[in-house]
Design a protein around this ligand. Structure first.
Ligand SMILES: *[C@@H]1O[C@H](CO)[C@@H](O)[C@H](O)[C@H]1NC(C)=O
Length: 337
């Protein structure tokens, strides 16, 4: 419902790395946002995509042909009644039609050329158990263009004069502006609290990671690339470090946290070391599901296969010696007899 040729950048999504203490008090996601991606191919051809997210978990889709929402979780309606949800979906449907028409009609004022893409992100975030903060940002062609602050349209510096003109046009649509304001300040916080409660069994679950080590392609001759894989954990925050003894190794390189198909996460953390200097290195994994019992994997420790081989060969060898001794003794006894 966010009228505005705007667009959004994924790094504008709040909550993903939120560091304030709320995360600890309140496990699981703390923000909800909708994303609109509108692609204008030519004067008669455009495509709107819509989706609803709890941080990085998608819970709503949008079928733009029929103008209806797709509820991806059994709890995707939160505590809204069917009637309220129907009304909300209708608001979005009308919004998409109106948005498209306004952009196509006023396209020339903004000196845009086809094809172009507008992205909007809007939602709200819990800052404490009682306070929520709402946000709306728009981007054009991937450049952050404007945001809505205290119900005012604020053009960004990189949006240039086009963004300023856009904000002027925004105020001409007072009806839309007040619906947006209502959705952001009232509907979104109510919906967020309802959905966090309705989905809490899934959102607050704790799934322990599995971790294993491997070596990767050496970055330089005479070097080793040690790889620590951590997979299957939920929620997303995790800390994985290469350590020398009890000290974090400064060469630890963390990859991106990737999604597994089952909604859990995967992370790969590497360390480039000079061959021969890999003694006493270990990979340490800290995750909320582990209850303080970090996983620690030692590099180059006698591997379990080594231990098994020793455990089998050594007793067999001893047994053979005993048998040989016993046989020799028996023979010598017989000779005496
Ligand atoms: C707009 O783009 C579509 C899809 O590429 C094409 O089929 C259509 O003919 C185009 N219309 C105009 C007016 O260029």
């Amino acid at each position: 419902m966010l009228l505005l040729p705007l667009l959004l950048l994924t790094d504008l999504i709040p909550g993903a790395d939120n560091k304030h203490g709320l995360k600890h008090a309140f496990r699981g996601p703390t923000s909800f946002h909708v994303i609109q991606i509108s692609s204008f191919i030519n004067s008669t051809w455009e495509q709107n995509q819509g989706s609803g997210w709890l941080e990085d978990l998608q819970i709503h889709g949008w079928d733009s042909n029929s103008g209806t929402a797709i509820f991806l979780k059994p709890w995707s309606k939160g505590n809204f009644s069917d009637a309220e949800m129907t009304e909300l979906v209708e608001t979005f449907r009308v919004y998409f039609i109106g948005f498209t028409r306004i952009v196509q009609d006023r396209f020339s004022e903004f000196e845009l050329t086809y094809p172009f893409e507008i992205q909007v992100i809007a939602g709200c975030e819990l800052h404490s158990e009682k306070t929520t903060v709402s946000f709306l940002r728009g981007a054009l062609g991937g450049v952050h263009f404007m945001s809505l602050q205290n119900n005012s349209c604020v053009p960004t510096a990189q949006g240039g004069s086009r963004a300023q003109r856009f904000c002027t046009v925004f105020y001409e649509y007072q009806g839309i502006a007040s619906i947006v304001e209502m959705l952001l300040s009232n509907t979104c916080p109510r919906f967020l609290l309802g959905i966090l409660d309705a989905g809490k069994a899934e959102l607050q679950r704790q799934v322990k990671p599995e971790a294993w080590l491997s070596s990767g392609p050496p970055p330089l001759p005479g070097h080793l690339l040690l790889v620590c894989h951590v997979s299957g954990f939920y929620p997303k925050p995790v800390r994985v470090m290469w350590m020398r003894g009890e000290q974090e190794h400064p060469g630890t390189r963390q990859g991106d946290i990737l999604a597994n198909a089952d909604g859990t996460w995967y992370l790969r953390v590497t360390l480039d070391v000079v061959a021969g200097e890999e003694a006493n290195l270990n990979c340490r994994v800290k995750h909320s599901s582990l209850g303080g019992q970090d996983i620690v994997l030692h590099w180059g420790h006698p591997t379990s296969t080594m231990v098994i081989i020793l455990a089998i060969i050594v007793p067999i060898f001893i047994l053979l010696i005993c048998l040989a001794l016993w046989y020799l003794r028996r023979r010598s006894c017989q000779n005496i007899q």
